[in-house]
Design a binder for this molecule. Structure first.
Ligand code: GDP
Length: 489
């Protein structure tokens, strides 16, 4: 990632041409926006994320699907708006950054200045006592590119990146097109597991059976290991860049999932983009509410930030991903989507493009002009992340007198209600000698062969419990209701 003209494409090109085994290079017939190189027995997959602002969305996805972001900064130019944007996206996706300070061959190159500028964005070079790996390179003079690759491998080692080769494959769609000769083609990157020919899969709203797997060198292969970018044939339509890709057990499962998603989508819900990555990236140990706040003036931005800093809770905390001045832009909307953040406009409006994008992506922009209303809204959103309080009320008990076998109903506990009532919608516990043997739900209640909804104290009845048949005489059936109460902070 990086600002336009800082040399991203040049770095990618020179790494590729220097590290592809001779003979293979000519075989690269298609541009699939991703390729794999081999360096000192390590395989590294590079994904090209375009540097232009219009491609912010793809970049948001780019940083989500990568393990490491290589930030290219031109040593003669410095940190520019798209450099900052790239840093924000990478940070929002919790992806570590390796910095390639490029164009160090130029006479006015000043790598030290770049390092100082990056300090402001909390990227601190090792020689400034930080832990961000920064390498001074030149794509043009082919200088220090080996060191860049070594730093990437080192960063991967520090992160202890591991994945499962054995499981069914999952991945992400990078791009997709309808090819005149070959039909729908999707470029995917396998993120876990091994993808095999013949696998059934779902991708976004589409499904299919893998007919062919083609690698970045244009070769047909039988299987693709994790982190491999490949083109696949066999999908039943065009997928969308950023869609997930999941291999399932069989055709029926794949069809059913894609049909369910299509129905959800018709209801206006976003069935699933990135769900797999999101869960892979999210830190479930404590809930965080991600916030993006755009304000009119510096003063209100600071006041809101301070006030949010005062909101404290043990289980959920607010996390400001971005607090800035100015109108809501498309970048903000994309960032909100990529980081699942709440987007707040304080005394500012979204740009026309941002408004349209937010509508398309179903991202809500909440507009306020009073600070305490912003805080109330944030607290309300945080409350939504709290697990509700569940309360239990015992409504009745019954004693088992006899066990019957009834055809069609399985084992029925012939019981007498000794307290309160038992209803067909109750939760139940089976208690034997004071110990809970089973907890579940009532299956059905019978009175003289008729199914009833309720039995009360003193009545005799037959009771079945869902998924349980091992009743014994003298067991107690205790019925209870659960009520859940939303909590607020
Ligand atoms: P991108 O927009 O980030 O992909 O940048 P490009 O790779 O297209 O490079 C932009 C310009 O910078 C081109 O004219 C390149 O030739 C030039 N460039 C890229 N890397 C270097 C370098 O290391 N040194 C010098 N002097 N020029 C470079």
């Amino acid at each position: 990632m990086g600002h336009v003209d800082h040399g991203k494409t040049s770095v990618l090109d020179v790494l590729r041409s220097a590290n592809v085994v001779s003979g293979e290079f000519g075989g690269i017939t298609q541009h699939i926006g991703a390729y794999q190189i081999e360096s000192k027995n390590n395989k590294l997959t590079f994904i090209d994320t375009p540097g232009h602002a219009a491609f912010t969305e793809m970049r948001a996805r780019g940083s989500k699907l990568t393990d490491i972001v290589v930030l290219v900064v031109a040593a003669d130019d410095g940190v520019k708006p798209q450099t900052v944007e790239s840093i924000k996206h990478a940070k929002a996706a919790k992806v570590p950054i390796v910095v390639a300070i490029n164009k160090c061959d130029l006479p006015d190159a000043d790598p030290q200045k770049i390092k100082n500028q990056l300090l402001e964005h909390e990227l601190i070079a090792e020689d400034l006592s930080g832990d961000t790996l920064m390498v001074e390179i030149s794509a043009k003079a082919k200088k220090n590119l080996d060191r860049l690759l070594e730093s990437i491998v080192l960063q991967a080692e520090i992160l202890d990146l591991k994945t499962d080769f054995e499981s069914k494959a999952t991945g992400i769609v990078l791009e997709s097109k309808i090819d005149v000769g070959r039909g729908p083609v999707a470029t995917i990157i396998v993120t876990t597991g091994t993808l095999k020919k013949g696998d059934f899969f779902v991708s976004g709203l589409r499904w299919g059976k893998i007919r062919a797997i083609i690698n970045d060198k244009g070769q047909n292969i039988d299987q693709a290991l994790p982190s491999t970018p490949v083109e696949i044939l066999g999908i039943n339509g065009a997928a969308k860049a950023g869609d997930d890709f999941i291999v399932l057990d069989n055709e029926k499962e794949a069809k059913t999932l894609s049909e369910n998603r299509a129905q959800e989508s018709k209801k206006g819900k976003n069935p699933l983009t990135f769900a797999t990555q999101e869960s892979a990236f999210s830190d479930k140990s404590s809930e965080e509410l991600n916030l993006i706040i755009k304000s009119d003036v510096h003063g209100s931005s600071e006041a809101i930030k301070n006030a949010i800093g005062q909101i404290k809770h043990d289980e959920v905390k607010p996390k400001i991903i971005l607090a800035d001045i100015g109108m809501i832009t498309e970048t903000d909307v994309t960032l909100a989507k990529a980081s699942n953040a709440v987007l707040i406009a304080f005394n500012v409006k979204p740009s026309k493009e941002a408004k349209k994008l937010a509508e398309n992506e179903k991202i809500k922009i909440s507009t306020y002009n009073i600070i305490y209303e912003v805080l109330d809204y944030i607290k309300q959103k945080m409350s939504g992340l709290l697990t509700p309080d569940v309360q239990e009320t015992i409504i009745g008990t019954a004693q088992i007198l006899e066990i019957f076998k009834v055809s069609g109903a399985g084992k029925v506990a012939g019981s007498k209600v000794t307290e309160g009532e038992i209803t067909s919608s109750s939760e139940v516990r089976v208690i034997r000698d004071g110990a809970i043997i089973f907890t579940g739900k009532i299956g059905s209640i019978f009175r003289e062969k008729n199914q009833v909804k309720q039995v009360i104290n003193g009545q005799e009845c037959g009771i079945t419990v869902k998924d349980y048949i091992d009743f014994q005489k003298n067991d107690t059936i205790e019925a209870f209701n659960l009520t859940s109460k939303e909590r607020s902070i």
